[in-house]
Design a protein around this ligand. Structure first.
Ligand code: GAP
Length: 473
């Protein structure tokens, strides 16, 4: 499969969906999507907390991923491995030796930077980034105070802690920097208990930790984050290339299917000197963030690097027996590695719109209904009429059997609609005085702002049908 990586072939830069990241950061805080962690103590760098709406959005992203990767497929099963693993796992996987970024330090202010994030390093190759003379050769200075920078050194990104009551070298364990290794060390368990035949996959969602040198851009790069990773086990060689070519467009299509503007997605293949220590080939699905084109997800051909090394190091036979050909071999792995936070962030940014409606600006999140935190808001036109309020609660309780539904009466109806638009609620159900007589209510659509009168007893079905139509669409 040929992947367009030449910028000219990729077409014009579509520009970001939101010019200023601050727009999203402030909406996220104000409406309860994301807060800085430990804020009352001044926060902790690179950790963020998800508020009432954020946790719904992120759970919905994870559900949508699980649906595509596990629920809809016969050949992929799930796993939830521990965050803490035997420390030898990380020696064997190469992370203890090689999972590092180039770090430089300012002699004046002592601030530390990731070399490849410094201004003027955009065009450097991975080989350049390993060159000890690079800072001097390019005359790089501290971006804060122009101080002299050290030569780059490799900084390992793994967090360490101690297992058990004694803080000694022998008790060191690591917080996992990727979920993938849990799938590899369980390969045999999963294959034997699920009786899957090659090719088959193991999917996992869970927290990972990296002591990033320069985290930032809100939830884009954090030190504690969540991954959604699928490891696909195949026969060695060509079948791995074929699986790679199949998964790469599938993974890009998943983001588009849930509403990301296709022109803001592209592939970027890693140069040979840039490949991670485990990868034979790697292509990123990139998104045009407000701070440039950046990785959203990586698809990697890991060959037999992981299972081969774990077999050698543990002494376990991790070969697969193919009953059809009577062959024993170590499977190769094609991995689709996504970030739940980065995906949720992307959906938030790309769905953001400011629209002119009758001399007013309406802010709306055009989130796919499957991803929207609330599917329906039930609103009374007159909150002073107890019969109206009571009917609202009845409708909301009925809807809640299937979807997230909320009741709100804390403002006039126009304002209530705007609030729901701003958090992406696809439908509002409004109960008015007439509803008490004709038994019908108004359903307002977030995107078209059209309104339809529907009998109360048909509301649940109407919402479920619309959800289904959005899913099919
Ligand atoms: N198992 C392979 C692996 O971990 P990766 O490209 O390092 O590959 C996969 O990470 C995905 O995890 C990234 O594409 C990104 O979405 C997410 N991710 C990685 N580091 C992250 C960080 N510091 N903060 C948020 N998300 C991160």
């Amino acid at each position: 499969m040929s992947i367009p990586t030449d910028p000219a072939a990729l077409g014009a830069d579509p520009g970001p969906a939101v010019a200023n990241l601050e727009t999203i950061v402030s909406l996220a805080k104000r409406r309860g999507f994301v807060y800085p962690s430990s804020e009352i103590y001044g926060g902790i760098n690179a950790v963020w907390d998800y508020g009432p709406l954020g946790v719904e959005l992120k759970n919905n992203v994870k559900r949508a991923w699980w649906r595509a990767m596990v629920q809809d497929r016969d050949d992929i099963v799930g796993l939830d491995a521990g965050i803490l693993m035997h420390p030898q796992v990380w020696v064997t996987s190469g992370h203890v030796g090689s999972f590092s970024d180039p770090l430089v330090e300012c002699a004046a202010c002592r601030r530390r930077f990731r070399l490849d994030e410094l201004p003027g390093t955009g065009e450097l190759t991975a080989t350049d980034l390993r060159d000890e003379t690079i800072v001097e050769r390019l005359g790089l200075r501290c971006p804060v105070d122009e101080g002299k920078l050290s030569a780059p050194r490799r900084f390992n990104l793994m967090f360490k802690t101690y297992m058990g009551p004694v803080e000694e070298e022998a008790a060191i364990v690591y917080l996992r920097p990727e979920t993938a290794q849990g799938s590899y060390v369980n390969f045999k368990n999963v294959q034997q208990s699920s009786r899957k035949k090659l090719p088959f996959g193991i999917a996992q969602i869970g927290k990972s930790f990296r002591n990033e040198i320069s985290p930032g851009n809100f939830v884009f790069r954090m030190r504690e984050f969540e991954q959604m990773e699928m490891q696909y086990f195949v026969r060695p060689g060509d079948p791995a290339s074929a699986a790679f070519d199949e998964w790469l467009p599938k993974r890009m299509a998943w983001y588009a299917r849930y509403g990301v503007t296709p022109s803001r997605l592209r592939f970027r293949e890693h140069a040979p000197d840039e490949l991670a220590h485990y990868a034979k080939k790697a292509v990123d699905v990139e998104y045009r963030f407000p701070f440039g084109w950046k990785e959203l997800e990586g698809v990697h051909n890991r060959g037999d690097f992981d299972l081969g090394n774990h077999a050698k190091s543990s002494g376990e036979n991790l070969e697969y027996f193919d009953p059809a050909t009577e062959e024993h071999f170590i499977p190769w792995i094609v991995e689709a590695a996504a970030g739940a936070d980065r995906a949720a962030f992307t959906f938030l940014i790309d769905s953001y719109r400011e629209e002119q409606v009758r001399d007013e600006t309406r802010v709306v999140l055009r989130l796919h209904p499957d991803l929207a935190p609330y599917k329906v808001a039930v609103l009374p036109l007159l909150k002073k009429r107890p019969e109206i309020v009571e009917l609202c609660h009845r409708i909301k309780d009925d809807l809640r059997r299937d979807v997230m539904a909320v009741y709100d009466d804390t403002a006039a109806i126009g304002k209530l609609y705007r609030r729901q638009d701003e958090i992406g609620t696809p439908w509002c159900v409004t109960v008015d005085v007439e509803s008490l007589e004709d038994g019908a209510v108004t359903v307002r659509d977030r995107d078209s702002m059209t309104q339809e009168r529907i009998p109360v007893e048909g509301i649940r079905r109407a919402i479920l049908d619309r959800m289904e139509a959005a899913r099919q669409g």
